[in-house]
Write a protein that binds this ligand. Sequence first.
Ligand code: ADP
Ligand code: AMP
Length: 218
Amino acid sequence: MIKFYVLLGPPGAGKGTQAAIIADVCGIPHISSGNIFRENLQLKTELGIKAKQFMDKGELVPDDITIGMVTDRLMKADCSGGALLDGFPRTPKQAEALSDFLSSINAEIACVPFINVEANELIERLSGRWTCKAEGHVFHTKYKLPKQEGICDYDGSPLYQREDDKKETVEQRIRVYFEKTAPLVKFYTEKEVLVEVDGALPIEEVTEALMKVINCQG
Ligand code: ADP
Ligand code: AMP
């Protein structure tokens, strides 16, 4: 059975940070719905322009648009051996659609690591986050400094502060998380695939815990 992993957790929990490391160390493709939306936005595609109105307000992009976009991406050849999903699913409808899609390709969700971090810590993380233009690699003014200020360590592209990382939008995104996405903790607990990981630990310790959970030796 082909194995997929879903990283669950509030905005700022460290999903993107950890997924990038794990993709590299464990050789599992990192699929981030937020990164796909932002790529579309940079390319000014119809999808990107439509998504922007929701993203700027800290709202979720409607399910039908998001589900189609992610399942199209998962059908590409690099995901034929599985993938690590970051930021998707974010609603029960997306979770059901993902289960249906995976059954149709003879794949399953092997495990859902839930990276848990308290709400007040999330605001500090997101307000200090700097993101790379090219591939969405993330840094932090206090917790993960780039080697050269303003430049991505991985690909040399410029770092910028995301429009939706302003305080008001961050607060809205956290509210939306508790209302729309937090129910997935119960959904995946009932499916016996959820494993909680303490996201308040330093980045390297969270990586270590996640690698154990997904059974990757590195
Ligand atoms: P998410 O993808 O869940 O929204 P990110 O991976 O982008 O979260 O992390 C949000 C911010 O917090 C980034 O600036 C990142 O460098 C920082 N960060 C991630 N994990 C930790 C950690 N364990 N401790 C401190 N800061 C972290
Ligand atoms: P992220 O990069 O995961 O922080 O996502 C940034 C923004 O993209 C979110 O605040 C949403 O507006 C949108 N987005 C990303 N993933 C999804 C999803 N699975 N469902 C709906 N909207 C999403």
